[in-house]
Write a protein that binds this ligand. Sequence first.
Ligand code: NAP
Ligand code: MG
Length: 486
Amino acid sequence: MAPEIKYNKIFIDNQWVDAVNGKTFETFNPHDGATIATVAEGDKEDINAAVQSAKRAFHRNSEWRLMDASQRGKLLNKFADLVDRDLDYLSELETYNNGMVLTTCRAFVGAAAHHIRYNASLADKIQGNTVPCDGDVFSYTLKQPVGVCGLILPWNVPVLMFISKVTTALAAGCTMVVKPAEQTPLSALALAALLAEAGVPPGVVNVVPGFGETAGAALTHHPDVALISFTGSLEVGKLIQQAAGTNNLKRVVLELGGKSPLVIMDDADLNKAVPYAAQAVFRHQGQVCIAASRLFVQAGIYDKFVQKAVEIAKSWKLGNPVLETSQNGPQIDETMMNKVLGYIEKGKSEGAKLLTGGKRVGTTGFYIEPAVFADVKDDMTIAKEEIFGPVQSILKFETLEEAIDRANATNYGLAAGIFTSSIESALQFSKHVEAGIIWVNTYFQLGAQLPFGGFKESGIGREGGLDAVNSYLEVKSVTISLPKKV
Ligand code: NAP
Ligand code: MG
């Protein structure tokens, strides 16, 4: 049964309101394309009202700014308890609005609660230093929240993205306006209600559903916003960086996807490497920024590996994401499905060998069979551009040095992995690959404690871990003159 849709309006000042212009938009279930809710469509006026609310909540005399840091941590822990309480509901909502299989949603919502508790524990550990300066002075640093933040979310992992950005900003003491993706507004609204229930004061977190070109752009151009944290496409990331410098100078945190290499050495344990490589690119229909979409396999095991990879892809179970038997659900929408199918056609026409899958399944919903391409060359489109779909591209290499250079021959630099039984190979690879996240004999192994983000055009800044909270803080140095003698 479909989960009840409890919230479909704009959330400002802990109140549910309609859009100023009265507009709404429909949100769909990607399994069958059916409308599941009509949602208020925020625009410039709504963003402005939300920013003003966040600005009031950031005033030095506000309840939020006067709150002890340990109390901020307590509120976050309460929020984590509420997310745990509503884990079933939030997971179902995510599945219905996003198409992620329910078992994965449950894992992500659980991980999100863990992420909240990590950030809760940081709230009262944000501290400066005393600094031994020359002269008769006493100097110290303060770390203070940057101000009103604009958080712009993608549709691929909505609950975790909301929680990662919002609770890091809350731990730092910021206030914020969140714009969820047009495809997946519902979980952000449900989480906003839980923040209010946890006792987060009005105005600290506001959520304005709507479209990127209108609501999103209004947020990135707003002069009272101090920082934008964005996850999404490189193309929009560049627009956001430009907008951030237009009416004021916003700090930016950008997480912009990738074309992540996974390298399988001749000495790897194939029983482990083959299934990991499949998970690394097929999981969540390939709609993952860290997907291993360039799979480099060493020449000595190439043919054997490809054969096993095809067997796994053929056995992959597609189906309604609410069913436990489904390994993959649908792509998020028709546009993305057609984009992925377009890449598959491009792969074939450029000479890569499609060994299995790659076709749409059925005519309702947006399902694509996992595809395996062999004989992929570095200059083919499928080896260069982010596909965001279940497409495994297998490339052949001879030496580790060659694999490292080819892994680095991309504008992206988010994640990278290697399967090998040689510690030397693992260390060389980890040192020389230009990526923010490296995995050895594993993939997708994430933790709230670890920084997450990319080199090069994969982004700016980090989410997760201590590096993330620092993005939401300004450092202030204070120097006090001391008498020469006492
Ligand atoms: P997108 O357009 O970059 O959207 C991400 C977020 O930015 C959405 O909330 C979007 O609103 C908003 N946005 C769009 N244009 C904006 C603007 N001019 N100013 C401010 N905000 C704006 O990504 P997408 O359309 O969902 O997906 C396109 C591609 O992005 C995918 O094929 C994939 O390659 C990549 N992607 C990457 C990630 C990642 O994790 N790095 C996640 C999702 C997608 P709307 O919802 O209205 O567009
Ligand atoms: Mg978009």
